[in-house]
Design a protein around this ligand. Structure first.
Ligand code: NAD
Length: 503
């Protein structure tokens, strides 16, 4: 390990910065070799980041929108040019296969493109002659210093959901990435500086929850975007609300697919396999439960098992494997525990990902194969929890209504899908289900950058969803101006505006 790569620090005011905070080891999940040591931000470093962001806000908010956006155009080009390098870092500390890593960067770049159109979206609202000779308009002003806290599973895409839009709108930003895989996020920040972003507009502080606590208690932070697990999302939302900080907190998930008897078996199994096991199931939109209705059951399961057995779990991230390892040894143990428990509670294992652990090559990495668990009941422990691994649970029901009720009774509400050839059933499903993002014959209904992303129930705490039109509203505050210019030959000059009468 070279000295340069040894200590992973922070990116503050356009420079890499290492302090002497608590050390966290960063491992390659493919072999558990040490690839770096993260030096967590001390309170002094966190304060320095907020100081710099606050200072930069004073000038950044007044830079014309066309100039701000031109830097974003440069940034988009630089991200595209550096996609291989960013993907390599994602593969090294998260273990994503190359194709998956590049796909997440491309989805992230779509959000930079959306932010490039800010001149159009931030125009505001105007009403001439709202009353005689009186004009009124609303402007959308930046908030100030905004904080983003991101999870390990999308170290490029999720930060790109946040900071390009916030910064384009005139805010300055502090990003606190996951302490498990900080490498690619630091490169994202460095590239923004190369694109022309002034120092202090985007700052990255690394560390765990102690850095977050310090940041949330700094009254200069005006808003926080959080993406991570539900218990932490709830905690952050409560803490932010107590401090009167605007907050959107996106949490965990348990996403169901309802498969009706008229579904196309070949297509639906292919879609469900990709959505359940891609990225080792470490996706908040992963399809983790298939609710199968009636007589399709035998053919569906036969095809699902046949196709799943063809998946290759990556020991070498550079070849054409389907998915890589889990993020840490502890996480692997947790997922295995849920599989063991499912068996003990009476479910049936159709494909057993634990078999891979018997293979010699996989011993060092956090690998688990694709696991299908059949005959799952909603009372089982593994059903009630988010597993976040390559595990698909199957529940059998007699009819559409029974399936719909199962989905509605689940506490999470991030995403779901229906597979059917029946338009009426699909329409009823999308109307009745209480979930934020729904796919019809689409397994991962992640909204494009032109819409906004967010779940319902225990998957989301806040009012405005992340990115897209809601994202822009979240990162701005409305100012409404009502204006009158009295003149001697204008009737309006004689009007008395004192409350309560306007006559
Ligand atoms: P996590 O909640 O453990 O951590 C997320 C972030 O919060 C990290 O930066 C972490 O350092 C910080 N953190 C952890 N504990 C904290 C605490 N007590 N106080 C303050 N900050 C704290 O999540 P994770 O394991 O990194 O990511 C996986 C989870 O994220 C899954 O539950 C997944 O469903 C969810 N997720 C949700 C979405 C979504 O859009 N809804 C997207 C991606 C991931």
């Amino acid at each position: 390990m070279s000295e340069i790569n040894k200590f992973i620090g922070h990116y503050i005011s356009g420079k890499h910065y290492v302090d002497n905070g608590e050390k966290i080891d960063i491992f390659n999940p493919c072999n558990n070799e040490l690839i770096g040591i993260l030096s967590s931000a001390t309170d002094k470093t966190v304060k320095k980041a907020v100081d710099e962001a606050e200072k930069a806000f004073k000038s950044w908010k007044n830079i014309p929108v066309s100039k701000r956006v031109s830097i974003l155009f440069n940034y988009k080009n630089l991200l595209e040019k550096n996609i291989d390098g960013i993907a390599k870092l994602i593969s090294s500390d998260l273990g994503k296969v190359d194709e998956d890593a590049k796909a997440e960067i491309r989805r992230g770049i779509e959000n930079v493109e959306y932010a490039c159109g800010l001149g159009e979206t931030i125009k505001g609202e105007y009403n001439k002659n709202i009353s005689t000779s009186i004009d009124s308009w609303s402007e959308f002003e930046p908030l100030g210093v905004v904080l983003g806290i991101t999870p390990f599973n999308f170290p490029a895409m999720v930060p790109l959901w946040m900071f390009p839009l916030a910064i384009a709108a005139g805010n300055t930003f502090i990003l606190k990435p996951s302490e498990k895989d900080p490498l690619s996020t630091l490169l994202l920040a460095e590239l923004f500086t190369k694109a022309g972003l002034p120092d202090g507009v985007l700052n990255v502080v690394n560390g765990d929850k102690s850095s977050v606590e310090y940041l949330l208690n700094d009254s200069r932070i005006k808003a926080v975007s959080f993406v991570g697990s539900t218990p932490v999302a709830k905690e952050i939302y409560n803490m932010a609300s107590k401090n009167r900080v605007r907050c959107q907190a996106l949490g965990g998930a348990k996403n169901h697919a309802l498969i009706l008897p008229d579904a196309n078996i070949e297509d639906s199994t292919k879609q469900i396999i990709g959505a359940a096991f891609g990225s080792s199931g470490q996706r908040c939109m992963a399809l983790s439960v298939a609710v199968v209705v009636g007589e399709i059951k035998d053919n569906f399961i036969k095809e699902l098992v046949k196709q799943t057995k063809k998946l290759k779990v990556g020991l070498d991230i550079n070849d054409s494997n389907s998915f890589g390892p889990l993020i840490t040894k502890e996480h692997l143990e947790k997922v295995k525990y849920f599989i063991d428990l499912s068996e003990e509670e009476g479910a049936k294992i159709l494909t057993d990902g634990r078999d891979i652990l018997k293979s010699k090559n996989s011993v060092k990495g956090n690998y688990l194969g694709a696991t299908i668990i059949d005959e799952v009941k909603t009372s089982m422990t593994a059903y009630k929890n988010e597993i976040f691994g390559p595990v698909l649970q199957i529940i059998h029901v007699n009819n559409f209504i029974e399936g719909l009720e199962i989905i509605k009774n689940n506490n999470f509400g991030n995403g779901c899908a229906i597979f059917t050839g029946n338009g009426e059933a699909a329409r009823t499903f999308t109307s009745e289900v209480d979930i934020g993002m729904i796919g019809v014959n689409i397994p991962l209904p992640v909204p494009s950058a032109f819409h906004s992303f967010g779940g319902w129930k225990d998957s989301f705490f806040g009012d405005l969803n992340i990115y897209g039109p809601d994202g822009l509203r979240f990162y701005t505050q409305r100012k409404t101006i009502t204006q009158r210019w009295p003149s001697s030959n204008n009737q309006n000059s004689k009007i008395n505006f004192s409350m309560p009468t306007n006559n």
